[in-house]
Design a protein around this ligand. Structure first.
Ligand SMILES: [Zn+2]
Length: 383
């Protein structure tokens, strides 16, 4: 079978036999062992050399959640997969006017967000290599997830957060026993701070720079196809770093390659108008970068000015015939409230997918899936 060219590593030079990761910029390779977040030659980030492979779980598999798919994770064959029961989230059908849409309830994962799927894979990799001290930066959800799985793995965790991260998320991170470091200023300042500390003791286990978590996110695609009995017509997700968006896309690619589905769903990414770099570039090309800013938004989880895998997100949009939507700030909290009135309490970042539907519904084929990413209990009560 031929690998889909759109998800191949570039450049396609031959690699050292034990190479596992390659720099997305210069092609420098790295073995499976270790957690290279930045290329020492050019500063680029690493990705897997091989595309994800989907293997159908055995029908009799009793393994809970995403453990069923662990053979597709980038772990050493001897590594134990460490789970808190993530995955197997409900798919709820709701009416939106005359139309039915499906909501994938990722806010019901163990720490209240979709991040747990990726964290389970990353922490399992860290533990299998004997890492005992690790650092992460996050606007909140990835940090809380990281703190929980680190606690379960016996890894000492430090999480850098922007000081605007919601109180409940900060409390959750600390409750798991992680050290929390609050950084004033924009989200990008937090990444700069953690990278400077990561030069000392501890592994910088970034959910954004390291590709491990993408394999965990791909399990959302596997579950959706199981739950619907077919590929969705469209999948709508919030996009900050785009790990969920890209993980889903790669999961659908793997399913297509395995012959489980014939066609990719249309991948729809949603950003808040206040900070919408992918939307700007997708719609206006490079010129769009000129007017993107990191403005304030209640969708704090997607306030990312420079998505690390922005080029990959753009490729996925093109390849799937997808689209980017930017939602007006004033529509986000009403969308959150509309979902809550139907029994689904999510944080404002999650609600952008519901808000986006008014702009793009007519362009989407059934079945349409919206991914709800974070629980409402994690947002500040005033939001
Ligand atoms: Zn490089």
């Amino acid at each position: 079978m031929i690998d889909p060219p759109e998800d191949r590593m570039k450049p396609s030079t031959s690699h050292e036999p034990d190479s596992f990761f390659a720099c997305s910029n210069c092609g420098a390779t790295h073995p499976r062992k270790g957690f290279p977040f930045k290329c020492s030659k050019c500063g680029g980030h690493f990705d897997f050399i091989e595309p994800l492979r989907y293997e159908q779980p055995a029908p009799a598999s009793q393994e809970p959640g995403i453990s069923r798919f662990s053979s597709s994770f980038p772990l050493h064959p001897e590594a134990e997969f460490l789970s808190l029961g993530e995955g197997d989230t409900p798919l709820i059908e709701l009416k939106r006017g005359a139309r039915s849409v499906f909501l994938k309830c990722e806010h019901l994962n163990p720490t209240g967000s979709f991040k747990d799927r990726g964290t389970a894979v990353l922490i399992s990799a860290l533990r299998s290599e004997g890492v005992t001290v690790a650092l992460e930066d996050s606007s909140g959800n990835a940090g809380a997830s990281f703190a929980a799985y680190a606690a379960r793995a016996g890894i000492e965790a430090t999480v850098f957060v922007p000081d605007y991260a919601s109180g409940p998320k900060q409390a959750q991170i600390q409750a798991y026993g992680a050290r929390i470091v609050r950084i004033p200023g924009p989200r990008s300042a937090v990444t700069e701070a953690v990278q400077s500390e990561a030069e000392g003791e501890g592994v910088y286990a970034s959910h954004a720079y390291l590709p491990h978590g993408l394999a965990g996110m791909a399990t959302v695609a596997y579950e959706l196809v199981e739950q619907l009995g077919r590929a969705p017509g469209a999948v709508v997700t919030p996009v900050g770093q785009g790990t969920l968006f890209l993980g889903l896309y790669r999961g659908f690619l793997a399913l297509r390659q395995a012959g489980v589905i014939a066609q990719l769903p249309k991948m729809v990414g949603v950003q808040a108008q206040a900070c919408a770099p992918i939307w700007a570039v997708y719609n206006a090309g490079a010129a769009g970068l000129g007017w993107v800013r990191e403005g304030l938004t209640v969708a704090e989880g997607i306030r990312i000015l420079h998505p690390i895998r922005g080029d990959r997100i753009l490729e996925a949009l093109d390849d799937s015939g997808g689209l980017m939507v930017a939602v007006d700030e004033g529509t986000i909290l009403p969308a959150r409230d509309e979902l809550a009135r139907q029994g689904l309490y999510v944080e404002p970042t999650s609600a952008v997918v519901w808000a986006a539907l008014s702009q793009c519904s007519e362009q989407l084929e059934d079945p349409v899936v919206l991914v709800l990413t974070g629980h409402g209990l994690k947002s500040a009560p005033s939001a």
